[in-house]
Design a protein around this ligand. Sequence first.
Ligand SMILES: Nc1ncnc2c1ncn2[C@@H]1O[C@H](COP(=O)(O)OP(=O)(O)OP(=O)(O)O)[C@@H](O)[C@H]1O
Ligand SMILES: [Mg+2]
Length: 474
Amino acid sequence: MIEYIFDSHDRELFEYILDNIPDTITVVDKNGNVIFFNSTAEEYYRVKRSEILGKSVVDFFPGAILPKVLQQGNSYDNIYSSPRENSYVVLSAVPLKDNNGNIIGALARDRDITEIVKLSDLLNKTQSSLLQLEKQYSKIFSIGESYFSKIISNNANFISVINLCKNISKSPLNILLRGESGTGKELFAKAIHYESGRSGKFIPINCSSIPKDLFESEMFGYEAGAFTGAKSSGKMGKIEEAEGGTLFLDEIGDMPMELQPKLLRILEDGEVTRIGGNKPQKIDTRIVSATNKDIRELIKEDKFRKDLYYRLDVFQINIPPLRERKHDIVLLANNFLQLFCMEQGINIIEIPKDILDIFSAYSWEGNVRELKNVIQRCAIMAHQSSKGKIEKSFLPTYMQEIEIINQGVDCNFIDLSERNDLQQGLDHYLENVEKNIIIQTLKNTKFNKSEAAKTLKIPRATLYYKMEKYGIVE
Ligand SMILES: Nc1ncnc2c1ncn2[C@@H]1O[C@H](COP(=O)(O)OP(=O)(O)OP(=O)(O)O)[C@@H](O)[C@H]1O
Ligand SMILES: [Mg+2]
């Protein structure tokens, strides 16, 4: 039969060649009986040629692809398979046809990729332990060294806020953090706590969601049997838990009016007694509060107690919104993307310039949290689409609609907080631009005023007027 497929002259030569290639070769006739089995196959499958020749291939390999090829006449290319435990191949198979197109047999070639699979497994394991190590490292680094290093910014205003917080973190003063939602108030509160050197815990309380009826038991704790339903062992209150540490009163502006006197009493007395108990305990807790509301306005509306406010707002820190620090948008976007890709073990994804322009033009009402969410959403979509970069269609619809009107102008350039000339207002800024252009044109024309006026497309009289206005002399 093999003589029928291979020319008898060349048979020895063919066999010699096929025996010496590193892939296994199996050839069957149209009935699925093996008519050729090369020596690589003998070695790899540990089946002797003399045993298999003339026998049905499925007797030796029940899952073999060759009967399928004979039946359907299709070719298969690079199919991943594991013929036995810890052994991996990619296999290809083709039907063999005579001159009239009739199937007279089929050939399968398997390439051993066991080593590659093992190496890739090793690489995956190494990558995931590297990630674990990086996580551990960043934990040690951020807490041991400075939690403030987690707060990322390149903006002069914002950096001065960070430095101010660092400086006051070691003092016992109560701090009120003010900033829009998502600006990083909790991040700052934690950084202040870890930088303070206080040995106690950081205990956060959300003042808007704490149930009124449970306020006292949550804050003061209770003794065993203090009321029906109380735990038999009693319970530590949040204030006690934060002993020697920091109590973070989040969303303080939303604390119900009827609870405010209770909090005030704790702050004034400087001690706390568990419900059902009779031993007041002195408290040594630093209070850091946070709000996105203007508490002075709330006081005017009788929604916040003035006396409580002055206890909490010993030192106020204002965290600027993201749209006032345009440079930070790009910095944070790249940072979040890099971290997210690393955590998820996905390839680094690029943020093209047109997307960064949209980011810079967008108002980010949800501030850094919103940016982080958008980046994570885009990273997942970019990964799923195998594009390797963020595309406009991955952005939320409301962001896709943003028109970049200042094409050609770097959006990051206009950052009010970082440019002194812009801080003095738009008119002043534009006058400076005009002055510089006039000086440059005059220099280019060697102070030939009529040529300069022509270049600038303004009347000569206007040029003279502006030179005088800006004090430009030759
Ligand atoms: N400058 C920054 N650098 C790095 N990450 C930041 C920065 N600012 C905020 N984040 C991150 O943004 C997210 C929102 O921050 P955070 O929860 O502290 O905001 P918030 O002001 O408390 O918001 P809310 O008022 O809605 O409670 C967090 O994941 C935080 O780690
Ligand atoms: Mg918060």
